[in-house]
Design a binder for this molecule. Structure first.
Ligand code: FE
Length: 165
């Protein structure tokens, strides 16, 4: 940062976020389904985008979904794949998911835990095997889930605000 920027219009920039991604406090993980959690990192209400870690401690089909916008992923632990593709995302893998693709996330049986960073814009549209919509998520449903969980677990409903921009 340039010294002469201090006190300039950059004071209007929103505060940065720097957190240890895998938290020490287990309560930071928000339960999403049995043995599935997400950990919010940045919840961008201006662009309908969110960054989070997804943690899965079960194998089999996790979800079948469509996202109308691109998704970027980075695997921190474990492995997973999409039924529709031959590749497997392993620890250290980067994944780009193009807009409009429908895929089915599977965690292999030998994987006790997978943790993946996802940067998602827009929404996730959940589908059944016949491509009928069963639900959706966006940055606002994510914030709501965080509020409910953080209130219930004692961190307080405002705990999520530190991730919201
Ligand atoms: Fe996807």
């Amino acid at each position: 940062m340039y010294a002469d920027m201090k006190g300039s219009t950059h004071v209007l920039a929103p505060p940065e976020i720097a957190v240890v991604a895998i938290p020490e406090d287990e309560r930071v993980w928000v339960p999403q389904a049995p043995d599935v959690w997400f950990r919010p990192l940045m919840l961008n209400t201006m662009q309908g985008q969110w960054c989070n870690l997804l943690r899965v401690r079960r194998s089999g089909v996790l979800s079948r979904h469509l996202h109308p916008n691109p998704v970027h992923g980075f695997v921190l632990r474990g492995r997973w794949h999409y039924r529709e593709h031959d590749w497997v995302a392993t620890e250290g893998s980067y994944v780009f998911e193009p807009p409009g693709e429908i895929h089915t996330l599977l965690v292999p049986e030998d994987t006790k835990e997978m943790i993946t960073f996802f940067n998602i814009t827009g929404c996730m549209i959940y589908l059944d095997e016949n491509n009928v919509r069963t639900g959706y998520e966006d940055v606002f449903t994510k914030i709501d889930m965080c509020r409910r969980h953080y209130e219930a677990c004692g961190l307080g409903r405002d705990y999520v605000d530190r991730f919201v921009r």
